[in-house]
Design a protein around this ligand. Structure first.
Ligand SMILES: NC(=O)c1ccc[n+]([C@@H]2O[C@H](COP(=O)([O-])OP(=O)(O)OC[C@H]3O[C@@H](n4cnc5c(N)ncnc54)[C@H](OP(=O)(O)O)[C@@H]3O)[C@@H](O)[C@H]2O)c1
Length: 200
């Protein structure tokens, strides 16, 4: 996020926030995880491919998209053949994609417990969540976040409507979710903060 706590412009377009050092860190981080997860809002805004250039289909992490209403277009980069993709949608969503797996869980809203169980059944043991704010908020709300890392870059984006790392519908818990700061590291013109949540 930027130094004023935004993760994109107020028109939801991507802004370069990471330093070169942070980009290298994110690449290293992706290599440590079985899977990378984003919400459909990020797919629609940024069209990310979520792959590592030096890896192929068999060695890239699995890409997971939370898309309850089936909005991901067929030509989205996240559906390309560079890595396996799991689409997650509602039970009643008729949409289907040319991808490796489609998980359907929940009637009105996504049943995240069921989603995690079905992902575990596919052999996925850990997930790197890369955003956006609504997705991160829903995972905090479900008390499923076990580490929160945020790079704070040296720029101000501004705009009261610009997305932030934890958006969604207001408070994720009555008094917020408490975090313990585990580490703080300078990475070029910014700082990487690592927090561990504790749920009361
Ligand atoms: N700076 C960064 O590192 C970074 C990283 C990622 C994204 N971004 C920015 O973040 C913005 C997108 O963020 P966003 O908050 O709008 O989108 P998002 O979190 O990527 O996606 C939100 C959508 O995903 C679905 N969703 C996510 N979690 C869900 C859950 N638990 N249950 C049901 N549905 C769920 C919902 O789809 P429905 O609307 O269909 O219900 C929801 O509206 C973009 O501007 C992007 O550029 C920045």
């Amino acid at each position: 996020m930027s130094a004023d706590g935004k993760i994109a412009g107020d028109d939801r377009t991507q802004v370069r926030i990471s330093s070169d050092e942070d980009k290298t860190r994110v690449k290293g981080l992706r290599k440590q995880y079985d899977s990378i997860l984003v919400g459909v809002g990020t797919v629609l805004a940024d069209d990310p491919h979520l792959t590592l250039k030096d890896r192929d289909y068999d060695t890239n992490p699995v890409r997971i998209v939370l898309d309850p209403h089936g909005k991901t277009p067929d030509d989205a980069q996240v559906l390309n053949d560079r890595a396996p993709t799991v689409m997650v949608t509602l039970e009643g969503c008729a949409r289907s994609w040319d991808c490796d797996e489609i998980i359907r869980a929940g009637k009105e809203t996504l049943d995240l417990e069921s989603v995690m169980q079905q992902l575990a059944d596919l052999g996925i043991e850990n997930i790197l969540v890369e955003g956006g704010g609504k997705t991160i908020s829903s995972l905090f709300r479900a008390r499923m976040v076990d580490r929160y890392t945020v790079f704070v870059g040296g720029l101000v984006i501004g705009g009261k409507d610009a997305p932030t790392p934890c958006d969604g519908d207001g408070w994720v818990a009555e008094n917020g979710i408490k975090l313990t700061l585990e580490d703080c590291e300078m990475l070029g013109n910014g700082a990487l903060l690592t927090f561990k949540p504790f749920y009361e």
